[in-house]
Design a binder for this molecule. Structure first.
Ligand code: TYM
Length: 339
């Protein structure tokens, strides 16, 4: 069946489980800001329903939801240009999520590497929500007929599952109602690595705080973390190819490139032959220059939680306007009687 034409529309989301780290900023938020005000309608979400797939203290969840919203706003997401809201305020996510639970196949879910990583050896004790989570993520995206989803590399498999769900729904019901969404995974920082182990992803749940840069870290902490970041003894190579098999070096070069809006090749051109004693302080200075205004603005916004709540409420209202007719039409297609 030929694809229907869809409005170019971006949807993406961030879980409010703990604070934001540099990977969220470079791999997601900074790129979301870049897609705003251009060819796409942009919808950005704080996905609180995803957060509770692992235990969250209720008061901390509320606070983290506001903090992620503050991170979006402080980084340049403008509620006049983008729709910004938290997921649980738009109940259609859960409703479409249920329909997609009935479309996704167990065999597909069993292949999800993030579930395996998160559930670990104790999968019997993981929540059913953690397992079903990618079907809810497909609902987040397809509820808005989003055509493009900017994400970091770790979410690629989930966007592929979203495409499988859209295709199966369209096929089973003989329709072209849902778009087959494109993942957008580009730039030098789609996989920011752990500062102590360049083979592991930087994440908010790592064991040691020294592994990551938090968006709320102060200048001294950022400098200390980069100074202590693990590296190999060799200086920076004279080509990007020379970074192969040097994961820690590659990571610091990629972070520098993403922060400075240049390519890794530009970084190498500037620093080839430099030792870490020169490169790490330059990287720390750059990170402080770029991140300090954001963390200061986040703190200012967090001092007025009612204002953040008003922004999220207004965003949820706009999101519901797009979501409601898409959910209603889905119910009609599926054959849900509504009298
Ligand atoms: P989450 O909350 O784990 O991460 C939010 C975004 O940040 C990116 N990211 C990274 N990028 C580069 N390097 C890293 N170290 C790094 N760590 C995190 C993630 O790839 C993501 O883009 N399931 C999603 C949230 C979600 C979603 C959606 C995303 C729910 N529904 C619909 C897109 C569309 C998640 O857990 O992201």
């Amino acid at each position: 069946m030929t694809q229907a034409t869809f409005t170019p529309r971006v949807f993406s989301g961030i879980k409010p489980s703990g604070g934001l780290q540099l990977g969220n900023y470079l791999g997601a938020i900074k790129r979301f800001v870049g897609m705003q005000g251009g060819d796409f309608e942009t919808i950005y979400c704080v996905v609180d329903m995803h957060a509770i797939t692992v235990w969250q203290d209720p008061a901390e969840l509320c606070n983290a939801t506001r903090e992620v919203a503050a991170g979006y706003l402080a980084s340049g997401i403008d509620p006049a240009q983008s729709i910004l809201f938290n997921q649980s305020q738009v109940s259609a996510h859960a409703e479409l999520g249920w329909i997609f639970n009935c479309v996704a196949r167990l065999g597909w879910m069993n292949r999800m590497t993030q579930f395996k990583d998160k559930a670990g050896k104790n999968a019997e004790k993981a929540s059913l929500g953690l397992y079903a989570y990618p079907a809810l993520m497909a609902a987040d995206i397809l509820l808005y007929h989003a055509t493009h989803v900017p994400v970091g590399e770790d979410q690629k498999q989930h966007v592929e599952l979203t495409r499988d769900i859209a295709n199966k729904f369209n096929h089973d019901y003989g329709t072209d109602f849902f778009p087959v969404t494109e993942p957008v995974i580009d730039g030098p920082a789609t996989r920011v690595m752990n500062l102590r182990d360049g083979t592991k992803k930087m994440s908010k749940s790592g064991e040691s705080d020294m592994e990551r840069i938090n968006m709320t870290d102060d200048a001294d902490t950022i400098a200390r973390k980069f100074k202590k970041a693990r590296t190999d003894p060799a200086p920076l190579p004279d080509t990007v190819a020379g970074l192969a098999d040097r994961p820690e070096a590659r990571n610091l070069v990629d972070i520098y490139a993403a922060l400075a809006d240049i390519t890794p090749a530009d970084v190498i051109a500037q620093y080839s032959g430099a030792g870490w004693g020169a490169f790490k302080p330059a990287l720390a200075d750059l990170a402080v220059e770029k991140l300090a205004p954001i963390s200061t603005e986040m703190a200012r916004l967090m001092a007025d939680p009612a204002e953040i709540d008003r922004t999220l409420a207004a965003g949820a209202e706009k999101a519901r306007t797009i979501a409601a007719p898409i959910l209603a039409k889905t119910y009609d297609i599926v054959g849900m009687l509504r009298s």
